[in-house]
Design a protein around this ligand. Structure first.
Ligand code: TA6
Length: 303
């Protein structure tokens, strides 16, 4: 597999892209003057982003599995073509509904390396996923899904979905980022003020965010019609998340009790991350007609 990729992308090493295996997973490391990023083709999950001279921005669980069976816990899993539980009332019911796991199938699939490029000073890797026998058992449609990670002064992740079927879909999605923080119980999130959110832990009841969000775990909020940038104020750094074509921001941490339900998160580590996700969730989903494309993008930087 590594030899095939090196043959297909002979200039990868020269421009700063390295392929290697971590247990069962193929990893791609991008390195340039702006820093380093690592992603895996399993689920097209970005696993690491270290801006030059700074520390790790993303959190990956120390007990995450790299066996190709489950999504890696942490980084930026791709939730597509649905976010959360499958909603058959909106997306349509069919005989395979029992196969429809939470957050869609894209994060369970092995993606192909589509392009490895140097664009000026930036490095970009694009992964691609098309419908296959397995995805068609779960969701019977043709599609073309791409995920492009660009390492420049900031890091951008763009998810582009194209409908190659004959049916209009209802799509919900998210770039489910796990950010590394010193203590999730002591962070503030700016940018959500005066937006409405639904609280998953309270039957999706609606609330209004009247001030900046001071995190108190557990929490599982979906902010609706929230398009502006969001800043995580951690103890000694700020993480800026800018979004494009994203009408929702999801904020999640399971808390000290809830974490016990996750076999791949050590209980004592629950406060080491906060998920702040760029997405189009619940009623912020969209219709995608045959031959239409949609791009969801997040841009991350530290300051
Ligand atoms: O984005 C928040 C959320 O949907 C939570 O409700 C929580 O369950 C989390 O994602 C993790 O989901 P997962 O399926 O990866 O275990």
């Amino acid at each position: 597999m590594l030899a095939d990729l090196e043959k297909k992308f002979p200039l990868a090493a020269d421009i700063g892209v390295r392929f290697y295996m971590r247990e069962k997973l193929l990893m791609l490391e991008l390195a340039n003057q702006f820093g380093k990023a690592v992603l895996t083709t399993h689920g097209a999950t970005l696993l690491s982003y270290v801006p030059a001279g700074k520390s790790e921005v993303l959190w990956v669980s120390p007990t995450a599995v790299f066996d190709g069976e489950k999504p890696v816990r942490g980084g930026v899993p791709v939730c597509w073509p649905w976010f959360g539980a499958y909603d058959s009332s909106k997306m349509g019911a069919d005989s395979s509904d029992q196969l429809k796991k939470a957050h869609g199938f894209a994060r369970y699939e092995t993606w192909q390396v589509f392009a490895v490029e140097k664009l000026g000073d930036d490095l970009r890797v694009t992964l691609a996923l098309k419908a296959n026998e397995q995805t068609k058992k779960i969701w019977p449609f043709d599609f073309d899904l791409k995920l492009a990670v660009t390492l420049g002064e900031k890091l951008s992740v763009e998810l582009i979905g194209e409908n190659l079927s004959e049916k209009t879909w209802w799509v919900t999605e998210a770039l489910h980022s796990y950010f590394a923080v010193e203590n999730a119980e002591n962070i503030l999130i700016e940018g959500l003020k005066n937006t409405n959110y639904l609280d998953k832990n309270q039957d999706f009841n609606p609330f209004i965010q009247t001030d900046d969000l001071q995190i108190k775990t557990p929490l599982d909020f979906v902010y609706l019609n929230q398009i502006g940038p969001v800043t995580i104020h951690d103890k000694s750094r700020k993480i800026l998340l800018e979004k494009q074509n994203s009408a929702s921001t999801i904020v999640w941490n399971p808390g000290a009790e809830g974490v016990k339900q996750f076999a791949d998160i050590p209980a004592e580590d629950y406060a080491k991350f906060i998920c702040v996700e760029a997405g189009n969730a619940l009623q912020n989903g969209y219709f995608l007609a045959p031959n239409e494309k949609h791009s969801l993008k997040m841009v991350v930087s530290l300051f």
